[in-house]
Design a protein around this ligand. Structure first.
Ligand SMILES: Nc1ncnc2c1ncn2[C@@H]1O[C@H](COP(=O)(O)OP(=O)(O)OP(=O)(O)O)[C@@H](O)[C@H]1O
Ligand SMILES: [Mg+2]
Length: 315
């Protein structure tokens, strides 16, 4: 069964002229991490909230775990769990109170609720702080309380709307590991994030939306192929001039004193040799999701194409 089956979903907020979502159709397979990417205002949260039965669409149909969001909202609510984008824990309650009480509300028995609360608080390194009121915790710890609440449940589908925002690199990895474990237990996840490394590490399938419309979708490998030049070489700006670099591929100034050349493997090798001969520092890597995102979305903002990808091909 599909975790989410959305067909022709459109959303227009009251009083707004623009469509927040326009004819979105997508299928989220069970047991997978499905990621929505898009700039601020693209429509990600709107889609998540519609699937979580917090908002209704203007048109289109969505089935969540086989249930229609309009006809069976209460069944769906028992089967899903959400980390909302703008959620905040209650100031006076502790991490333990939040998770334990949430599990009890969702029908868990006391001893199992205690066990699960302890387990998730330890996993997310909140256990030491379990009895401190949320108002005395840091921003990242508050965010982790929300993640802990959602991930302690035995929901089948988890909605994670920017779950790692504001988290330090170690805490992010704790959440990633909890997400992977959730998936290995057969759970499904709809994720949104602005962190491309996070999307690359976690996603089985990605949909990129812009201004309410799907602009690209696929696995990481499929999305990477959108940029024909599959390699990028970052070269220090001091050593080689742009003109000599542009004969190898499209050149972008990444800031921070580096120029990035998008190119093919053989030209990347030639360019590396050139950099070595001139004693210029450089790094070579395959194109990343970040490059693909800028390539796709950057072009819709600026037809002048500041990112340069896709023009100069050499092999
Ligand atoms: N309650 C609302 N009333 C009117 N318009 C809204 C409302 N919520 C969102 N919008 C509009 O809908 C569009 C999509 O917003 P949404 O919050 O879904 O974007 P998002 O992709 O989640 O962005 P972000 O990455 O910033 O979280 C935006 O143009 C936004 O201004
Ligand atoms: Mg959002």
């Amino acid at each position: 069964m599909l975790a989410i089956d959305a067909v022709g979903v459109t959303k227009k907020y009251k009083g707004s002229r623009m469509l927040a979502l326009s004819d979105i159709s997508l299928k989220v397979e069970s047991g997978k991490v499905f990621t929505l990417l898009g700039r601020n205002g693209a429509g990600k949260t709107t889609f998540v909230r519609i699937c979580a039965t917090q908002l209704t669409p203007s048109s289109g149909t969505i089935k969540v775990l086989g249930h229609d969001i309009l006809q069976n909202a209460s069944e769906i609510r028992n089967l899903v769990s959400i980390v909302p984008q703008e959620g905040r824990p209650l100031r006076a309650l502790t991490p333990w109170d939040h998770v334990y009480n949430w599990l009890k509300i969702r029908g868990e028995g006391s001893s199992s609720a205690r066990e699960k609360t302890e387990d998730i608080l330890r996993k997310l390194e909140l256990y030491e702080a379990r009895n401190r009121p949320a108002m005395n915790l840091s921003g990242g710890m508050k965010q982790k309380i929300l993640v802990a609440m959602a991930m302690a449940t035995k929901a089948q589908l988890l909605f994670l709307d920017e779950p790692t925002i504001g988290l330090d690199p170690v805490s992010r990895r704790q959440v990633w590991s909890a997400i992977k474990q959730w998936k290995s237990n057969g759970g499904s996840i709809l994720l949104t994030t602005h962190y491309m490394d996070e999307a690359e590490i976690l996603s089985d399938y990605i949909v990129i939306i812009d201004k309410g419309k799907i602009v690209a979708e696929g696995t990481i490998q499929e999305l990477r192929r959108i940029i024909p030049q599959n390699m990028r070489v970052d070269v220090s700006k001091d050593g080689l001039d742009v003109n000599s670099l542009s004969s190898y591929g499209s050149v972008v100034d990444t800031g921070g004193g580096m120029l990035r050349v998008f190119t093919f493997e053989s030209a990347a090798r030639e360019l590396s040799e050139l950099a070595i001969r001139h004693n210029v520092s450089f790094t070579v890597s395959p194109v990343t999701l970040d490059d693909v995102f800028v390539h796709l979305i950057g072009q819709t903002i600026d037809k002048g194409d500041t990112n340069g990808v896709g023009q100069n091909e050499r092999n």
